[in-house]
Write a protein that binds this ligand. Structure first.
Ligand code: ARG
Length: 466
């Protein structure tokens, strides 16, 4: 750049020791306002609490505090109404709002930043935002659980194949299967709530990193913003982002749980399974194959862990090895968390929608439940109970019976008694009572088991908890 090239002006906000403004690329890499403008409500709430506290502590006059608060509400109204022009040269949401405040109320705006820094300000805003996002996710999961519960209630005694290794294993109740995802969602809610409780401490007043010489009351701003207490260490207050990592970890685990049921919806609605279908509201067509009904929403939920766990990985690497206290690296936290929680909110809503929308095919489920010798364990259990065989031996006898049935091309219930007696002479025709998918399901009465009586108890429990 030659000396006669006009230079951009230094920042009004921090440019006192500068004679020129940043280069274009400096501004491009530095500005975060495109992303962090999403924090404007929290930023204004934090500033209102800070201004009132400064006045209560005698740090600024009550007239200045009043002007600041009125001005901030006017800025908020402009932003909400879409009248606000965000400026990249003002870097971020904090300086955009402060500059707008100055335009509204003049010099008094300059007193707002007393005993505060953008470092504690952004940490405060971000915790407030995440607190809301976590609450919204928890509420969304409750709606999803309610949708699952209604389906579990309607299908408590429908029999379907249970799988291990995606191979037919033992018959289970459809209601039981659906209740499994209510349990998982409850743990996800617990993780999100734990994270919310742990992050609910106020960084405000930590200032740049060391605290402040002004006689502020951090307890007052903490209380005004709904935090449980002020953070005890000013360095920690401005540099900690483990709250965001924890939120992303909880979100990633939740997304993984959602993706597993999403995958089952994809499988169940395929012609090969034929267990269930989604209505038009949750299906899409193909631009070339007129017959297609695709479960795109379920597939996209299945994909979300890629993005959300990717955000977790991204922020973990941003934070790794950062020395105390604040470094600009931390500005990269917000886009990752915002997109991850947008993805999570959508995934939860889509799963709640699909959970209600699904309809099930009773005959296909029951037929599949009876296939592939799914009652072989019931045969072995019967041998243990009736003939007092050790389970290992019973397993062997039942295995031989499966082989004989397979060779004859029949189910276990269709294999003649003589064929059983050729394997184990003491077998009698009482055996046939346990050889059906329904009998198998109904027999599993252990606590947490799939017998419809047990499933009903769980449904009743969830109905009162939700
Ligand atoms: N935009 C910044 C962020 O998101 C705010 C804090 C900037 N602090 C600083 N000293 N430059 O992290």
């Amino acid at each position: 750049m030659s000396d006669d090239t006009p230079k951009p002006a230094a920042s009004d906000i921090w440019g006192g020791r500068f004679s020129a403004g940043p280069s274009e690329v400096m501004q491009a890499i530095n500005a975060s306002v495109d992303i962090d403008q999403r924090l404007f409500e929290q930023d204004i709430d934090g500033s209102l609490a800070h201004a009132r506290m400064l006045s209560a502590c005698g740090v600024i006059s009550s007239a200045d505090a009043d002007a600041i608060c009125t001005g901030l509400e006017a800025v908020r109204a402009d932003i909400r109404a879409g009248r606000f022009v965000w400026k990249a040269e003002l870097e971020d949401v904090h300086m955009n709002i402060e500059a707008a405040l100055r335009e509204k109320i003049g010099a008094a705006a300059g007193r707002l930043h007393t005993a505060r820094s953008r470092n504690d300000q952004v940490a405060t805003d971000f915790r407030l935002w995440l607190r809301e996002a976590l609450s919204a996710a928890i509420e969304g999961l409750t709606q999803y659980q309610k949708a699952l519960l209604a389906q579990a209630d309607a299908h408590a005694d429908w029999v379907m194949p249970g799988f291990t290794h995606l191979q037919t294993a033992q018959p289970v109740s459809l209601g039981h299967h659906l209740l499994c995802w209510i349990e998982a969602a409850e743990r996800d809610k617990g993780r999100l709530a734990d994270c919310r409780a742990r992050l609910n401490e106020s960084p405000l007043g930590a200032a740049a990193l060391a605290g402040t010489a002004f006689p502020i009351d951090r307890g007052q701003t903490a209380a005004a913003l709904g935090f449980d207490r002020p953070m005890a260490n000013s360095l920690d207050a401005v540099s900690a982002r483990d709250f965001a990592l924890e939120a992303l970890a909880a979100a990633a685990i939740c997304a993984v749980n959602l993706s597993r049921f999403a995958e089952e919806i994809v499988l169940w609605s395929s012609r090969r399974f034929g267990f269930a279908q989604l209505t038009d509201a949750f299906s899409t067509g193909s631009s070339i194959m007129p017959q297609k009904r695709n479960p795109d929403a379920a597939e996209l939920v299945r994909a979300k862990p890629g993005r959300i766990a990717g955000a977790l990985q991204g922020l973990i690497l941003v934070c790794k090895g950062l020395p105390l206290a604040y470094s600009k690296d931390l500005q990269e936290d917000k886009s990752l968390v915002f997109t991850a929680f947008d993805d999570l909110a959508l995934a939860i809503s889509a799963m709640a929608g699909m959970a209600s929308d699904l309809s099930f095919n009773r005959d296909a489920l029951e037929a599949a439940a009876g296939e592939a010798f799914s009652d072989a364990t019931d045969l072995a259990d019967w041998l243990v109970r009736e003939l007092n065989l050790p389970f290992r031996e019973a397993h062997h006898v039942a295995g031989s019976a499966v082989k004989a049935a397979e060779d004859a091309g029949v189910n276990l219930s269709e294999l003649p008694l003589e064929a059983y007696q050729a394997i184990e002479p003491r077998i009698h025709d009482g055996l046939f009572a346990v050889l059906s998918a329904r009998a198998s399901m109904e027999s599993r009465l252990s606590y947490g088991g799939t017998a419809p009586v047990r499933v009903r108890e769980q449904i009743d429990g969830w109905a009162s908890r939700l």
